[in-house]
Design a binder for this molecule. Structure first.
Ligand SMILES: Nc1ncnc2c1ncn2[C@@H]1O[C@H](COP(=O)(O)OP(=O)(O)OP(=O)(O)O)[C@@H](O)[C@H]1O
Length: 326
C-alpha cells in the first residue's frame, strides 16, 4: 500500500500548515489512534489481546517488542487490513481503513514489491497513481507534489536514477517520498532503519524529526533500534506478555520494563552531557521475569548504539556519505 492524495488536498505548503492547525485544534477531540479492548488473531491464534490505549496526534511513537510479538500486525490493524476478533480501533477519528488516504505507509521490505528498474521519479508518482507509468493521467499539481516530496527527502536531481542504482539509505528516502506525496497526517514505517549504516540511520531520524516538527505529522515507527530514535520519540507502544500498551517515553525508559520486554537485563544510562541510551548488561541475568524470546546478544545489537543528537554534524556527514554512495 502506498500513500494517496487526500480528497481535495491543497498544495503542500498551505495544506500542511492548515492540517497542522487542524491537528492542534482537534488534538483532544480526535486522537490519532484509539484502541478499545482490542484482540487480534492470525491463523486461528491470538497474537495479542486486551489492547486499550489512545495515541495523541503530533506524537512520534515507537512500536517495540520481541520478534513475532505482533508489531507489524498492529500496523495491519491500523490500516484496516486485518480485522480485530474483539474490540475496536479508530484511526484519525474513523474506523480503521476509512482514513487510509490520510496515511502514508512504508512497509518493511519496500523493495520486494517494486521493480528495481523503476526510477525515483516513477516510484514516487506510483504513490499517487498506483501505476508505474502513470496510466491514470498525472496532473501538473501531482508532479509538483512529487517534486516537493523528492526535494524534502534530499533526492532532488536523482529523479531519473533507478532504485537499483541507489544505496540502501537513498532507496529508503525514495520510499518515504512515495509515502509523503499524499500529504499524510499519519506516517507508518515498519523497520525503516533496518539494514542502513549508522550515518544513513541518523539521516533518517533527522528526516522524521523534520516531518514531525515542520509538518506536524504524527509518526509511528516499528523499530528494534530504540536508541537511534530516542531523541525524537514522545512515546512507545510496547507489546508485553501478549498485550499492547502505550506510554510516554519517561515511563517506557524504565530498566525493569525493558528487561521484562526483551528478556535480558537492560540498563538506562545517562551521560554527563544529558544524553540517554539503553544498553544491555550481560553480566546480570534477569531474575524472575523475562520473556526468554530474545537472546542477550540479539538485544545487545538492538541497543548497542547511541544517537548523538544536537549539533547536526552527524546528519551532514550522513547525507554526504549517501551522496558518495549513490
Ligand atoms: N499472514 C499471516 N498468517 C498467519 N500468521 C501470521 C501472518 N503474518 C504474521 N503471522 C504471525 O503473527 C505473529 C506476529 O507477526 P508480526 O509480523 O506482527 O510480528 P512482529 O512483532 O512484527 O515480528 P518481527 O519483529 O519478527 O518483524 C507471528 O507469530 C507471525 O508468525
Amino acid at each position: 500500500m502506498t500513500a494517496h492524495n487526500a480528497p481535495g488536498a491543497a498544495r503542500r505548503g498551505g495544506a500542511i500548515v492548515k492540517n497542522a492547525d487542524a491537528i492542534v485544534e482537534n488534538a483532544d477531540a480526535q486522537p490519532c489512534i484509539e484502541l478499545r479492548d482490542a484482540t487480534v488473531e492470525r491463523g486461528g491464534h491470538v497474537i495479542w489481546s486486551n489492547g486499550t490505549f489512545t495515541i495523541p496526534r503530533g506524537t512520534v511513537t515507537a512500536i517495540v517488542g520481541a520478534n513475532g510479538a505482533g508489531k507489524t500486525t498492529l500496523i495491519d490493524v491500523e490500516l484496516g487490513l486485518l480485522e480485530l476478533s474483539r474490540g475496536s480501533v479508530r484511526v484519525l477519528g474513523a474506523p480503521a481503513g476509512a482514513n487510509n488516504r490520510r496515511i502514508g505507509y512504508v512497509p518493511q521490505n519496500y523493495m520486494d514489491d517494486l521493480d528495481s528498474n523503476v526510477t525515483v521519479g516513477q516510484s514516487v508518482l506510483l504513490g499517487m497513481t498506483g501505476t508505474r507509468f502513470g496510466l491514470r493521467r498525472v496532473t501538473r499539481e501531482q508532479r509538483a507534489d512529487a517534486a516537493e516530496a523528492i526535494e524534502f527527502v534530499g533526492l532532488a536531481g536523482k529523479e531519473r536514477m533507478r532504485l537499483s542504482e541507489l544505496s540502501g539509505g537513498l532507496r529508503q528516502r525514495a520510499a518515504i517520498a512515495q509515502a509523503l506525496v499524499g500529504h499524510p497526517e499519519l506516517l507508518l514505517l515498519d523497520e525503516p532503519l533496518a539494514n542502513l549504516d549508522l550515518a544513513s540511520q541518523n539521516a533518517m531520524v533527522e528526516l522524521f524529526a523534520r516531518l514531525n516538527r515542520e509538518w506536524g505529522m504524527t509518526i509511528q515507527i516499528v523499530s528494534h533500534d530504540l536508541n537511534m530514535l530516542l531523541p525524537i520519540l514522545t512515546g512507545a507502544v510496547y507489546l508485553l506478555d501478549g498485550h499492547p500498551h502505550y506510554s510516554g517515553m519517561s515511563d517506557v525508559l524504565d530498566s525493569d520494563l525493558l528487561t521484562h520486554l526483551y528478556g535480558t537485563r537492560i540498563e538506562i544510562v545517562t551521560t554527563p552531557q544529558g544524553d540517554m541510551f539503553v544498553t544491555p548488561n550481560p553480566a546480570v541475568e534477569p531474575e524472575g521475569h523475562g520473556t526468554g524470546t530474545l537472546a542477550a546478544d540479539e538485544a545487545a545489537s538492538f541497543f548497542r548504539r547511541h544517537y548523538r543528537d544536537g549539533n547536526g554534524t552527524d546528519r551532514a556527514d550522513g547525507a554526504a556519505r549517501e551522496e558518495r554512495q549513490a
